[in-house]
Ligand binder design. Structure first.
Ligand SMILES: [Fe+2]
Ligand SMILES: [Fe+2]
Length: 336
């Protein structure tokens, strides 16, 4: 997971500011030529400071989103309805941890340390996807997160496999393969529930009602309100605009909802023959920004759980460092 809200500035709602270039023109020209030729920028290559900063912000927000994203679903591991569902959910939550690790590693190649990034997350300075600041009230939420949240993540992340920064693009290839499994397991869990009792069907519908609009907001603010998007597109970091991705997601999801037998909670949702796309209603952006800025229902709980998990893992980090030191001393002794 997850998505465009990664490129939300850490300070909150964006202001329209231009990025001034103070870079050496010859190096800048080589960099631009590489981007124009759809080439890859690698860690050892020269890059403008603003490109580096944008990537650090986006990749670290993405990494934070992966590991905070473990929390809402992790809550359901002990309450999964069967051994099979528990095994699937454990595998999915572990995958999200792995995604976080690939992404922190990719961000480290840009000269930031993992400790710095985690400190920014734990102190509340760094953002993560706002979708994880909502509660998971029933087992159906776990299915809906797989279907819609991971589904939205795939829509957003597939174009990132072609991102101009090599380590990020390569990490995304594997992440996307795993997200595809996440989406399918969620959809399949919901299909089983929809074939069950009336109460199970109502539970699925209720979960869809609560998550639908939040998933549409995952693609980030409208293009008209995204001053950083144009620069991201120019640099080949972002390949498809927020509004285009959101439209693709709606168009792909409507037939899936029909097969499932649920109603998407939008009275304005309908096929527009002239556009060749579905029209849909207005997103509540004030609610989105309030959540991004720390006022969602679970922001405090998620951050507190994350900080506690990091503290609980201190002994593992200490032990790993002690082991590495021992190995290093042994190999130095053998070499001497
Ligand atoms: Fe993920
Ligand atoms: Fe996922």
């Amino acid at each position: 997971m997850y998505t465009q809200s990664f490129s939300v500035p850490d300070e909150g709602r964006p202001a329209a500011t231009a990025i001034a270039s103070v870079e050496p023109p010859d190096k800048m020209a080589r960099f631009d030529a590489c981007i124009d030729a759809d080439g890859r920028i690698e860690p050892q290559d020269w890059m403008p400071e603003a490109y580096r900063k944008t990537l650090v912000r986006q990749i670290s927000q993405h990494a934070h989103s992966e590991i905070v994203g473990m929390l809402p679903e992790g809550n359901w591991i002990s309450r999964a309805p069967s051994l099979k569902r528990k095994a699937i959910l454990i595998a999915k939550v572990q995958d999200e941890a792995g995604h976080g690790l690939y992404l922190y590693s990719a961000a480290e190649t840009l000269g930031t340390s993992r400790a710095q990034m985690l400190e920014a997350l734990h102190s509340g300075r760094a953002k993560y996807s706002s979708i994880f600041n909502y509660p998971t009230l029933s087992w159906a939420d776990v299915g809906v997160i797989g279907w819609l949240v991971d589904g939205a993540a795939i829509m957003n992340q597939v174009p990132l496999c072609r991102c101009s920064y090599g380590p990020y693009a390569r990490a995304m290839v594997r992440v996307c393969k795993e997200e595809s499994f996440h989406q399918r397991q969620g959809y399949e869990a919901l299909l089983v529930m929809m074939r069950g009792t009336e109460a199970q069907r109502a539970m699925v519908q209720d979960a869809v009602n609560r998550w639908w609009w939040k998933c549409l907001a995952m693609f980030g603010p409208p293009d008209s309100d995204s001053p950083h998007s144009a620069q991201g597109m120019r640099w080949g970091i972002k390949r498809v605009s927020n509004d285009e991705l959101r439209q693709k997601f709606v168009d792909a999801t409507v037939p899936q909802a029909q097969v499932l037998g649920v109603t998407l909670p939008d009275p304005e949702l309908r096929w527009n023959e002239a556009r060749g796309h579905h029209d849909f209603g207005a997103i509540d952006w004030d609610e989105f920004w309030a959540t991004v800025n720390g006022h969602g229902p679970c922001n405090q709980e998620r951050l507190a759980t994350r900080v506690q998990a990091h503290r609980n893992g201190q002994w593992v980090r200490d032990a790993a460092l002690a082991h590495a030191r021992k190995q290093q001393q042994r190999s130095m002794k053998e070499a001497a």
